[in-house]
Every structure is written in C-alpha cells, then in structure tokens.
Ligand binder design. Structure first.
Ligand code: GLY
Ligand code: MN
Length: 461
C-alpha cells in the first residue's frame, strides 16, 4: 500500500471535482468458483483501490462532499473467521492506514445511504460490473437492479477519469516494475518456444513467473500459434516449425498496477523470409507509432500512422497494392490490422474501461468511428503528459475474414487476394509495448525486451 497521505490527496482531488452529496464506493466481494466457500483469488475494485487502498473483501466507503468526511464500512471478523483465516486487522486499523478516521459496520452504511436518500441528497456511484455489487447497490439505493446503470454519476465518472488517467511517479514506478516482470515472462516464453512443446507448458510457466513475483497475471495469458485469433486463450496446440507464437501477457502487483506486453516469435527461433517480411512491417508500425507519441497528438492519428505503415509494408510485400495513404484512408489495412493501436494502462489492464470506453477514450473533439477496424480503437482523443498507454499494432491473416472480403471483392483495388490466399496458414503477429507520455514524447517503460529480428533470434538460440 502507498502511504496514507497519497490516498488522502487522491480523495481531496476528487472532492474538488464534485459539488455535493455522497460518493459511494463499493469494494469487491469474494466470488465463488464452484461453491460458496471455494472462491477465485480476491481482486479489489480498482476505484476502491485508488481512493482507499485497502485490499480486503466486503468493504464500502463514502466520501461526504458536504461535510468533508470520509468513511470506511466493514464488519470486523469474529472468532470463527479467525480460526479459518487467522487474525485480521480491525476495520478501524485498516482505515487508519489510508488516512480515514470514520468507520462503522456495514449496517451503518445502510443507515447513511437511507438518510441521504430521504434528505434528497445525491449519491454518486460508478457503473458496477459484478452481479454481487449490482445487487448490493440496488438494495442500498432502493431501486431495481436494471435501473442501476441509468443512475450512475457522469460527473463522478469524468472526475475519476481525469484523476486516474494521469499517472504520478509512484504509479509509473509500480507499472514499470510489472513491465520488468513481464519481460522475464516473455524471455522465458521465447526460450521455451521450440517445436514439440505444447502451448500450455509455456503459458503455465510464464503465469507461474507472474505469481512467484507478485502476480497474478493482469489478464488471462494469450499465447498461441493461432495468433490470428486476437485473444486466443486456448493453449492446447503443439508448437510446429513454420508458425509464429504470439505471447500477450502481463502481471499485476499487490497494488494492482499492471503491465501488458506482446511479443511474437518464430517457433524454433529462426524467422523464415515470409515471417521476417511481415514481422518487419509490424515492427516498423510499432516504432513509428512510439516515435509519434507526444502530448497534444490525438491517439487516433497515431493509430492511422501505424495503419499507413502496415499498408505501405504490405504493398511492398505484394499483399496489398495502390497508394498506402489512400488504402489506409479507405480502411483496406483493416483486413490485416482490425483492432486499435492501444489503450490506457494502469490499475486495470484496459485502464478505467469499466467506466465506459467512450468517456475515457473520446471527447467532443475526437469521436468514435463506426467503421470496421477503427470502431475497435478504444482510445482516440489527444494524449496528455503522464498518460500510460500500450502501443500494439499487429498483422493477422484471419481465413474467415479473408474469405468474406474476397467473396465481396471488398476494396479489391488495394488487396491482392490471390497473394493473400497464400498467407492463410500464417497466423498473426503483434508487438506491444507500454509507454509513458512525457513532456516532449514518450518513454518505453521497463528494461528492453527483445524486439528486433536479431534480438529475438539471439535470445532464442
Ligand atoms: N492484452 C490484451 C489486450 O490488450 O486486449
Ligand atoms: Mn494490450
């Protein structure tokens, strides 16, 4: 946990953004895996973590905007709990650690919210994403659970986005530590990527590294020789020479700051010429995008810059044709690069996404596109100093998508479908780094992770 003053300052900054009423934060509860007492590993809600730091289930917190008081509610354990879980700090002791003076049992929370509602005071809360929290919130607010979504507080959501998007040096240090864990995961994965090994052997090993170094993973490991499936969580294939292995994996620490790194390597450690050709295009797009990052530049523009690099590279390889700027402008590259360039990273691996992608990534100046490909761009607005983002272009040969486009002769002036057909057994390549936007550019976080063809071939020797 950070020192108490960090959480107190965050709450003070939040107060300054809102004008009156209560802000209600419900912490996460344990979630059963297959019966009530057998639970998944506990994961605290990220907003609760950001403002109140405590990493225990069944806590709630209130910021009273009118009385300048913060509260933490929770029930102290009894002797039965102590027998199974050991001695636990009291709610009072926990609250002290994060600079909160006022505490009470959960029944006091019910009373406080009831009283506020009866007095017509606003109760601000963010969109819940777990069934348990939706029900808890519905009970507290005295409304049907289906009404919860429409009663969330946009001023609160916008205030949290404003605060959490900019990372201070302590947060960056935590993210960077996790990038370095991801580095170890990826280098280990690269060295294991030999023909005959099964994907799950690598996936399990690198997840174990995350767990042994703080863990857990910040999202289920994506690791597959079928990298054309963007989020492939099936790890049952045996690695064979001639396939590329996409590894998209990161780690989060006990504070929940996360990393999200992708590397793609040739099974066996040597790129063949076809693999090298496509890899160099993705690498160019990754480097050009990183080079273009600076405050004030809309992320959508950087995404389109990467798209033009992809189009240009694929034209040079004979897979696409025509003018790269025109091709990317018409979306022809989306057959191969159908997703967005990246997303914010922080306490969530897709940071803040639970608050609503459009509120995080778009504004009056930059609106979300409805076009195929660009619609998947999670973040399009102007970058600001201290944002942490991922940069993750890719090229994929998705047979089902190729067949649909080819049948429609879609954008055939830019695509050599006969050549594309010969790549249907290729898979995919993605290269992802985590960057901090600085005053005049950006810094790639963490120690370098092998990325060029020669760096990858050397480490896999
Ligand atoms: N690393 C998974 C994603 O960015 O969606
Ligand atoms: Mn990512």
């Amino acid at each position: 946990m950070f020192p108490a003053n960090i959480y107190a300052t965050r709450r003070k900054n939040l107060r300054a953004e809102l004008s009156g009423g209560l802000i209600l934060f419900l912490g996460n509860q344990e979630v059963p895996f297959n019966y009530p007492a057998n639970t998944y590993s506990f994961r605290q809600d990220s907003n609760f973590s950001y403002f109140f730091g405590l990493d225990h289930p069944d806590l709630a917190a209130v910021i009273d905007l009118d009385e300048d008081k913060d509260y933490i509610f929770g029930n102290d354990v009894d002797i039965d709990d102590i027998i199974w879980m050991g001695v636990q700090p009291t709610i009072k002791d926990q609250a002290n650690k994060v600079g909160v003076e006022h505490t009470g049992p959960l029944t006091d929370l019910n009373t406080m919210i009831n009283t506020a509602r009866e007095a017509g005071r606003p109760v601000h809360f963010v969109p819940p994403y777990r069934g348990e929290t939706i029900i808890w919130l519905a009970d507290l607010m005295g409304i049907h659970h289906l009404e919860i979504k429409s009663k969330t507080s946009e001023p609160l959501i916008k205030a949290i986005i404003k605060l959490r998007m900019k990372k201070d040096s302590f947060e960056v240090a935590e993210i960077e530590k996790m990038v370095n864990v991801a580095r170890k995961m990826h280098i280990t994965g690269m060295k294991m990527a030999k023909p005959g090994i099964v994907e799950r052997e690598i996936a399990g090993t690198i997840e174990g590294i995350a767990l042994s170094m703080g863990g857990p993973v910040s999202f289920p490991v994506i690791l597959s020789i079928n990298g054309q499936t963007l989020h492939n969580h099936h790890h049952h294939n045996t690695l064979v020479e001639g396939r590329m292995l996409v590894m998209d994996a990161g780690c989060e620490n006990e504070l929940h700051y996360s990393s999200d790194i992708t590397r793609t390597v040739p099974v066996g450690g040597k790129f063949n010429s076809r693999q090298k050709g496509i890899y160099e295009v993705v690498l160019k797009a990754n480097l050009a995008a990183i080079n273009a990052v600076k405050p004030g530049v809309p992320f959508k523009e950087i995404h389109m810059l990467a798209a033009r690099e992809v189009a240009k590279g694929l034209i040079d390889l004979g897979i696409m044709k025509g003018d790269p700027v025109e091709a990317a402008g018409k979306g022809a590259h989306t057959l191969f690069f159908p997703h967005g360039l990246g997303h914010p990273l922080g306490l969530d691996v897709h940071d803040l996404e639970g608050l609503g992608e459009n509120l995080i990534g778009y504004d009056d100046e930059v609106q979300r596109s409805q076009e195929f490909g660009l619609a998947f761009l999670r973040f399009g607005r102007k970058l600001q100093e201290d944002f942490v983002m991922t940069i993750e272009p890719g090229i994929y040969f998705i047979p089902e998508l190729i067949d649909i486009w080819k049948a429609e002769n879609k954008l055939a002036e830019f695509i050599n479908y006969d050549v594309v057909d010969t790549y249907k057994d290729f898979g995919g390549i993605r290269i992802e780094d985590d960057i901090l936007v600085t005053a005049d550019g950006c810094r790639v976080l963490g120690q370098p992770i092998p990325k060029t063809v020669s760096e990858i071939e050397d480490i896999m020797l």
